[in-house]
Design a protein around this ligand. Sequence first.
Ligand SMILES: Nc1nc2c(ncn2[C@@H]2O[C@H](COP(=O)(O)OP(=O)(O)OP(=O)(O)O)[C@@H](O)[C@H]2O)c(=O)[nH]1
Ligand SMILES: [Mg+2]
Length: 347
Amino acid sequence: VDPNSDLVRRVLGAEPRAIGRAMRLVDDASPGSSDLLKALWPHTGKAWVLGVTGNPGAGKSTLCDRLIEAYRARGHRVGVVAVDPSSPYTGGAILGDRIRMSRHATDEGVFIRSLATRGHLGGLTRSARDVVRILDASGHDLVIVETVGVGQDELEITHTAHTTLVVMAPGMGDEVQAIKAGILEGADVFAVNKADREGADSTVRDLELMISLGNESIRALSKMRGHATHGTADGFVHGGSAATGVSADERWTPPILKCIAVRGDGVLELVNALERHRAWVEGTARGQARRRARLAEQLRESLRESLIDAAVHDLGPLIDAAVLAVDTRRVDPYTATENLVAAFRAR
Ligand SMILES: Nc1nc2c(ncn2[C@@H]2O[C@H](COP(=O)(O)OP(=O)(O)OP(=O)(O)O)[C@@H](O)[C@H]2O)c(=O)[nH]1
Ligand SMILES: [Mg+2]
């Protein structure tokens, strides 16, 4: 009898304690966790995954709280993965996020999980991806993943999302410059939050300019990396075509929406923009190509992890010998790498 089967049944039945236990097993890479994920896999693929990223303090958690409220009102079950900018030892941000989303703490239709940026066996990206799958399998039809848009891990995590919302706020200095370039490239919808503050319009203009100037380079970069591109060919248009987001040839133009998360202003318009993007991904050939490109990216990431694990496991002593050979300058590091790859292939 599969020792996980009872747990699988309870996760699929959306029992909060079982969901929490499954997440801990997966996080610790416990024996049986990969069987658990395999057993859950057939029940995944139904959730819409929304990545929410942006500068620290831009109001991501406050906005997520509003999005939870809006989607709950529409009868959806919502899962949240909050990837914290702090280490697991300070815990401040984890607590902060819990409090900010605490209005939903007693709502059975909402499951919030914090992930610290360190201390994950197999990496943060894998942890986040697996937690998303557990939330998906347990019937959360919207899964929100909140990350700070600064590091490589955070960028990779946005690849697990179907729709990426980038949150900016005025009055934080050069916010458009501060954010990691790859994150802007991957943005499907922009929210300029804290529109109650001065400078929101100029942040909107900066974004428009950045997108219109950046298109050529963004697309060149995407092509180079083998990504499907979803930038626009003819510059960014705010208003007009941005209202639908989709042009005649099915290209998606990331719309920019102003909002005030603390008051809930502009949230419905934002939800509408997110839903339009979802319809684009689901309903157009370009959207589906985009979705497949992201899946390919995830598969490559998971392949890379597995191959490295397998190689380190299989070649252990050979790797030590290669290090020694390079250190004593008997072999150059390029040849040493080639030899290791050849030895791994020969197995
Ligand atoms: N004036 C104003 N303040 C806001 C608005 N939205 C959020 N804030 C405040 O901005 C601060 C940061 O909000 P958070 O939601 O924690 O921001 P965050 O992006 O999740 O922050 P990190 O997760 O730490 O990167 C809090 O004090 C919020 O109350 C807004 O629309 N207007
Ligand atoms: Mg936050």
